[in-house]
Design a protein around this ligand. Structure first.
Ligand SMILES: [Fe+2]
Length: 527
């Protein structure tokens, strides 16, 4: 199997540099009780705080008018499978020298410190220190270890996109969120493997949990019940972060969108201008992910329990098993009609998708009436480029305008709404008894190191970026600008109306669901 292996050749830190690093950290963050020897996590605490506090929030004007097109210089993240461009047309968010230092840190030993929090209160005191550098949580989760919250995770939380219907389940379950496949991915010594499946009734009640490490099924009231639920929640976070967020959303959808669009569509092509806002900053953030998250010794390797081989397989799973499916098709496959707004992932997500679809259709009607888009040579090259870049999407030959419309709408939805579903994780990280990244036998609370590592990464990747609701009309061509701007205004008004509709629906929901609220979404995966 080919494993992620960045072609970046940054030199490792030598012994003297490591000693100097240790000395420089002596005065930093003494209030966070990390092991003295954990230079990587301690270093990141200071640098992440520095980066976030020095960050200037970006607005729509940061998305510049495209100036060029053609082949882009790239680095390999997964040789033969995934390459990311090296230069963002809107500039780098952090200086190259600092990136080189971050990359050199990959050579520090990958360590797992088992030190537990002395109490939930002591964890809360440290988590509170991170709150000012994290985005405000859109939803507050309470009673986090309860069966009720497991159900909320599946029907209006981090697991909703993975909810699947069941046929004639012997235990009476109607739905499941199956993460048992994660058991195949090796973990480091002292840490427990991931892998669990949660089963729910037609009324959303949690009925049972299967855990793969002991090949056992657990029911409410069993002595093992709380442990089984904990294992499922932790598997969920790892699967969503590595396979769904990093691989399927950043490295697949966003990277394909921005790379092929810049390579195949001329700077004054109508489609290039339409997609510009949805690719803003994506090269920069995907390059960071390719150099600092995905490689051996990178942030994801340290944060999760996986061996590097295990992490690689989880990444590849997200990258290679994602087929092209529109959001309405994905919802239809879940067979959730009877749930109505008890599955708000569908209610709000379908409404957001429809707004993108209408906007794209109106834009097409201006520049490509009827089937004319299929005959546009640049659009055909763009389609072929995506087929070549992501063959597992199985797009097939381009024959109808509807195919372009579906793919465009899918990409716009994926880098905004779906990215919010898999990437806006702060609400899940504020209580060490809710979710952690490393499972340890006999414990149902995040350890100190894992807590700090995940908060570091979340703060690092959550800098305020251009919002979905904003004026991007400077990106449009002069040709038919009045009609295009009018379509854009209708699109923006529809987003604002959806936001109000979601606010109203949230008043009647068991817990607010803000994932697809346009007011909390960015215009791209720039974080
Ligand atoms: Fe992201």
């Amino acid at each position: 199997m080919t494993e992620p292996n960045s072609s970046d050749s940054t030199a490792p830190l030598n012994e003297k540099q490591q000693e100097e690093l240790a000395v420089s950290l002596e005065s930093e963050s003494p209030q966070i009780p990390l092991q003295r020897s954990d230079l990587h996590t301690r270093f990141m605490v200071g640098r992440v705080r520095e980066r976030v506090t020095q960050w200037t929030a970006q607005g729509p004007a940061a998305a510049g008018i495209p100036r060029a097109h053609g082949p882009l210089e790239k680095i390999n993240v997964i040789p033969g499978i995934l390459a990311v461009p090296t230069h963002d047309e809107d500039g780098e968010k952090i200086r190259f020298a600092k990136k080189a230092l971050f990359r050199a840190l990959r050579s520090l030993p990958v360590t797992d410190d088992a030190n537990p929090w002395p109490s939930p209160e002591s964890a809360a005191a440290v988590i509170t220190q991170f709150v000012p550098i994290l985005p405000p949580p859109a939803v507050r989760w309470t009673d986090v270890a309860s069966d009720r919250v497991m159900s909320l995770l599946a029907f209006q939380g981090l697991a909703s996109h993975r909810l699947e219907p069941l046929e004639a389940d012997k235990g009476g379950a109607a739905y499941a969120v199956d993460l048992s496949w994660m058991h195949a991915f090796p973990v480091r010594p002292g840490l427990e493997p991931y892998g669990a499946c949660a089963y729910f009734g037609a009324d959303r009640t949690l009925l049972r949990v299967y855990t793969a490490h002991d090949d056992s099924t657990h029911h409410p009231g069993d002595a093992s019940w709380e442990d089984a639920k904990w294992r499922w929640r932790c598997a969920l976070f790892a699967a969503v972060t590595v396979a769904d967020h990093l691989a399927a959303t950043h490295f697949l959808a966003s990277n394909v969108l921005v790379t092929v669009t810049r390579e195949q569509l001329p700077e004054n092509h109508p489609l290039r201008r339409l997609l510009k806002a949805f690719g803003y900053g994506a090269v920069d953030v995907n390059l960071d992910a390719g150099l600092m998250l995905a490689p051996e010794g990178g942030l994801a390797h340290r944060l999760f329990s996986f061996t590097y081989g295990g992490l690689s397989r989880c990444l590849l799973r997200g990258f290679e098993t994602t087929k092209f499916q529109t959001f309405p098709q994905a919802i239809a496959a879940k067979r959730v009609d009877a749930l109505g707004d008890a599955f708000p992932y569908a209610t709000d997500g379908l409404a957001l998708y429809e707004i993108f679809r209408t906007y794209a259709q109106e834009y097409f009607d201006i520049f490509y009436p009827g089937e004319s888009v299929v005959r546009d040579s640049a659009v055909r090259a763009w389609w072929q480029g995506i087929v070549a870049c992501a063959p597992t999407l199985a797009l097939g030959p381009l024959n109808k305008a509807q195919q372009v419309l579906d793919l465009l709408t899918h990409l716009m939805f994926t880098v905004t709404g779906f990215h919010g579903q898999v990437g806006h994780v702060v609400p899940y990280l504020l209580d060490p008894q809710f979710i952690t990244t490393k499972i340890r036998a006999g414990s149902r609370m995040s350890d100190i190191q894992a807590t700090v590592q995940v908060l570091n990464l979340t703060a690092l990747t959550a800098l305020e970026q251009p919002p979905l609701i904003g004026d991007y009309s400077h990106l449009f061509l002069e040709q038919d600008k009045e009609r295009v701007t009018a379509a854009f205004r209708r699109y923006q008004q529809a987003l604002i109306k959806l936001s109000r509709d979601i606010d109203e629906r949230n008043r009647h929901r068991e817990q607010p669901f803000q994932t697809f609220n346009p007011t909390v979404l960015d215009t791209s995966v720039s974080t």
